[in-house]
Design a protein around this ligand. Structure first.
Ligand code: NDP
Ligand code: TDO
Length: 289
């Protein structure tokens, strides 16, 4: 299978490029060829590509900055995926699109199911929701994979931030009332391969959830990072109200991942294994004497 990957340098794109299974040839289009702030150019790139399926792993992911630059985020996360999905649909190409837990309002404590009502609380979430709607409306074979709290050895993410702070400080404060499932980018990459191949073989279109288990808080995740890295830095739990940010984050980011397992046999990864793999790759895994 020839897989056209939109995005080249992000966490998920990097893992897709590294983890292609036998029989899958990945061609990645970076910002130089497919700039999502120009949706028509991205659609044209898909229209002319030699490909059997498309995975979109590029996005505006700067959650706080989206608050002050919502229009730019809207084009990149909303209009570009819609235009690309239409171009893919016109050729009958399967389109795998990645979305986020931030499309939900984060109220309650129940895991969100894919069909639950959406109500994003921030500009990034609104832009991603628009992208989901555009991909569905394009009408081609597609899967929208909502994931959360992505981490890897590349790029910017919470694990790398915690490692840096953990080496610099004796103690940090981390929010303990936002609950979700940290997700290794490597597992998302593997899910994307399975979905692209499944769709190409006539698998069902739909929206599914995919995040790591077991659920934890950002503070819980930070504690695990410090422990596995052998860092003495204390993690002091705080409420979100004590950590003001431009964008409001949902308190409940739990997602029910059952439909993905039913439709495509893809199980939730254990983020604790993924964390150890990432720390090992970074040379930061603590080896007890
Ligand atoms: N990170 C997370 O915690 C989560 C991410 N997601 C979703 O998962 C997907 C993958 O995210 P992740 O791998 O973490 O993303 P990253 O933040 O690691 O990387 C984003 C990628 O998008 C590219 N990009 C940004 N703007 C443009 C543009 N205008 N034109 C072309 N490319 C652009 C970046 O390219 P460049 O390097 O050139 O800037 C980069 O390759 C996204 O859809 C995201 O919304 C969902 C839930 C959680
Ligand atoms: C660095 C730091 C963060 N925090 C909090 C802020 C925030 O609520 C939480 C996580 O911080 P981040 O900046 O990684 O959060 P954020 O960028 O909002 O992460 C999100 O990114 C987008 C792209 C998604 O789609 C989401 O699933 C989610 O992963 O931890 C602390 O409490 N203490 C700290 O020292």
């Amino acid at each position: 299978m020839r897989l056209l990957l939109i995005g080249r340098t992000g966490q998920v794109a990097t893992e897709i490029l590294r983890r292609a299974p036998e029989g899958v040839a990945v061609t990645a289009l970076g910002r130089d060829v497919a700039d999502l702030s120009d949706p028509a150019a991205c659609a044209a790139a898909i229209a002319r590509a030699e490909a059997d399926a498309v995975v979109n792993a590029a996005a505006w992911t700067a959650v706080d900055r989206a608050e002050s630059e919502e229009e730019a985020a809207r084009v990149i996360n909303g209009e570009a995926p819609a235009a690309m999905a239409r171009a893919a649909a016109a050729r009958g190409l399967p389109f795998v699109h990645i979305s986020t837990d931030y499309v939900f309002d984060g109220l309650g404590t129940k895991p969100f199911a894919p069909e639950d009502p959406v109500a994003p609380q921030n500009a990034y979430g609104r832009s991603k929701l628009l992208g989901e709607q555009g991909v569905r409306q394009a009408g081609g074979p597609h899967v929208i994979l909502r994931t959360a709290w992505v981490f890897s050895a590349h790029g910017a993410n919470f694990v790398k931030t915690m490692l840096r702070l953990g080496r610099e400080r004796e103690a940090i404060t981390v929010v303990a009332d936002q609950i979700g499932g940290p997700t290794p980018a490597a597992a998302i990459a593997d899910a994307c391969f399975a979905l692209a191949q499944g769709l190409a073989q006539g698998g069902p279109s739909g929206t599914h959830h995919f995040c790591g288990a077991p659920e934890t808080s950002w503070a819980g995740f930070a504690e695990a990072i410090m422990a596995e890295a052998g860092l003495a830095c204390r993690v002091n739990p705080i409420p979100s109200s004590a950590y003001p940010t431009p964008a409001t984050r949902p308190l409940n980011s739990r997602m029910d991942c059952g439909s993905l397992h039913s439709a495509y046999g893809i199980a939730q990864p254990d983020w604790r294994d993924g964390l150890r793999n990432v720390l090992r790759e970074l040379g930061a895994l603590h080896a007890p004497a």
